[in-house]
Ligand binder design. Structure first.
Ligand code: CP
Length: 335
């Protein structure tokens, strides 16, 4: 069964084709690729962009989306195998995924980490549970990676620089402050797609503890070996911003501190100056700035940056609609 769990599972020609198909959907929004088809969108966490763009995208291609929030408007789901279900969960993923597969043609899943134990969270067991038991394609709507965001970001960069022109661009993925420790998913994904596209990537973060999980650093190194480009880690904002073509911002929690966030807080609080502002952007090579959104203004990026012509975050957000239509159409077409 072909799923869309990570871009890294799809070949470079497949990724390139999806981006071309997404660009076509952006020019001509309506189609019948999902006529008579349905998608279940299973949300364990809130969303504005993902929910609306998947629902609208399915509609624009003639399909229909059903949104479910387990534990709220649907039964709480058990994912552990062999467990005695005498707690809060009412049904097992083995039944949930197989029943939904009898109703729908695609299943999207959003399930953020629990933030208590990274060795557990990194197994992505909610998404993997759906993929294991579903008999229809499963789409990752953000778990510990965010591949739909990756594609939307890649399309926005191609639109700005031209699809053949991304190799050799200096790409800075910068950690930014947020009052709470956030998911590493978008950072993992940005690192993955930027290296896949052959850019010279700098991961800018406060200390070595904020370097991303070894799985994604390994993917990035493998991508560099295959696509060209380079990968560097920096803790120096001024050096990292110098000459950059792309600044992509995200806040995330340091993996060694999962489950003991009170010890991470002083480090986080000491790096509020990582906010993207006009002074830092002035060091770049007239870089574009983006962020997956939602974004806290004047915490992660200043008003001036968000409102500047350099900011392509709205374009990237729009692209969610188009890339997801391309992914859904492709997966249904393969069915
Ligand atoms: N970027 C993104 O996934 O936005 P939502 O959390 O609003 O879906």
């Amino acid at each position: 069964m072909k799923h869309f769990l990570n871009t890294q599972d799809w070949s470079r020609p497949e990724i390139d084709a999806v981006l071309r198909e997404a660009a076509a959907f952006k020019r001509d929004r309506l189609g019948d690729q999902l006529k008579g088809k349905t998608i279940a969108l299973v949300f364990f966490n809130p969303s504005l962009r993902t929910r609306s763009s998947f629902e609208i995208g399915a509609f624009q291609l003639g399909g229909h989306a059903v949104v479910l929030a387990p534990g709220k408007d649907a039964w709480p789901i058990e994912f552990d195998l062999g467990t005695v279900m005498d707690g809060d969960t009412e049904e097992h993923i083995a039944e949930v995924a197989r029943v939904l597969s009898r109703y729908v043609d695609l299943i999207g899943v959003r399930a953020f980490p629990k933030f208590q134990n990274w060795s557990v969270d990194r197994e992505d067991h909610v998404l993997r549970g759906f993929a294991r038991y579903a008999t229809v394609p499963v789409i990752n709507m953000e778990t510990i990676t965010h591949p739909c965001q990756e594609l939307a970001h890649a399309l926005a960069l191609q639109e700005h620089f031209g699809s053949e022109d991304l190799r050799g661009r200096k790409y800075v993925l910068t950690w930014t402050y947020h009052p709470r420790p956030l998911n590493t998913a978008v950072a993992n994904s940005a690192l993955t797609i930027a290296t896949r596209l052959g850019m010279d990537v700098t991961l800018l973060c406060p200390t070595p503890e904020y370097v991303l999980d070894a799985r994604y650093m390994d993917w990035a190194r493998a991508n560099v070996a295959e696509s060209g480009g380079s990968l560097a880690v920096s803790h120096d904002p001024l050096a990292a911003y110098a000459g950059a073509d792309v600044i992509y911002a995200k806040s995330w929690g340091a993996i060694p501190y999962f489950g003991r966030w009170e010890q991470e807080k002083p480090i986080r609080d000491a790096h509020q100056h990582f906010m993207v502002d006009s002074d830092k952007m002035a060091l770049t090579n007239n870089a574009v700035f983006s962020h997956c959104l939602p974004l806290r203004r004047n915490v992660k990026a200043s008003d001036a940056v968000m409102d500047s012509p350099a900011c392509i975050a709205i374009e990237e957000a729009e692209n969610r609609l188009h890339v997801q239509k391309a992914v859904m159409a492709r997966l249904v077409g393969l069915g």
